[in-house]
Ligand binder design. Structure first.
Ligand code: AMP
Length: 176
């Protein structure tokens, strides 16, 4: 079986969660298989050795982003929901289905390194709104977004298209 097939078999679909009409892609059934989890980390870590930092988007982006960074001896930078980071931040608002949300990054997250190369990681891209806001945050700090990486892409929501229109490379392992 290919890595993609193994992941597709392991993902658990939860209908009508968190609300009616949404099919939630549950990845806890991927994470609890040690060999598979490790293979996913090795896949991305192998592809992105030529970067300076990995940014993970709260919360499931941390699960994949941090081990990818550690494996390549790169720094890990959390992008968090508003109000969670303790020091000075820059923020970016983005639209949700109803209303707005906001994510933040520490202003000195990249340790004042000039034009660092950054990989942004999340578990899943749907509409791309969250990832778009993350790209804007990273760019605000003068960093170059080398790519955005996701375990899962929901292609029918065209989030990847949105990012590509911003000149961003989108790398998703499994597509639905
Ligand atoms: P979006 O901003 O629309 O691309 O949404 C991406 C964020 O929402 C990611 O952090 C995902 O974890 C979460 N998400 C959106 N849709 C789903 C889904 N169907 N299953 C699991 N997570 C989802």
């Amino acid at each position: 079986m290919t890595l993609e097939e193994k992941i597709k078999n392991a993902i658990r679909d939860i209908p009508d969660y968190p609300k009616k009409g949404i099919i939630f892609k549950d990845i806890t059934t991927v994470l609890n298989q040690g060999d598979l989890f490790s293979e996913i980390i090795d896949h991305f870590a192998g592809k992105y050795q030529n970067i300076d930092f990995v940014c993970g988007i709260e919360a499931r982006g941390f699960i994949f982003g941090a081990p990818i960074a550690a494996k390549n001896k790169k720094g890990f930078v959390p992008i968090r929901k508003k109000g969670k980071l303790p020091s000075t931040t820059v923020a970016e608002k983005y639209a949700l289905e109803y209303g707005f949300d906001e994510i933040e990054i520490h202003i000195d997250a990249f340790r004042n390194i000039k034009n660092p190369k950054v990989l942004i990681v999340d578990d899943l891209i749907a509409t791309g709104g969250t990832a778009e806001a993350a790209v804007k945050l990273v760019r605000k700090l003068g960093a170059e977004v080398v790519a955005t990486a996701f375990l899962i892409e929901l292609t029918f929501l065209e989030g990847a298209e949105k990012l590509r229109n911003m000149g961003i490379k989108v790398d998703s392992l499994v597509k639905f």
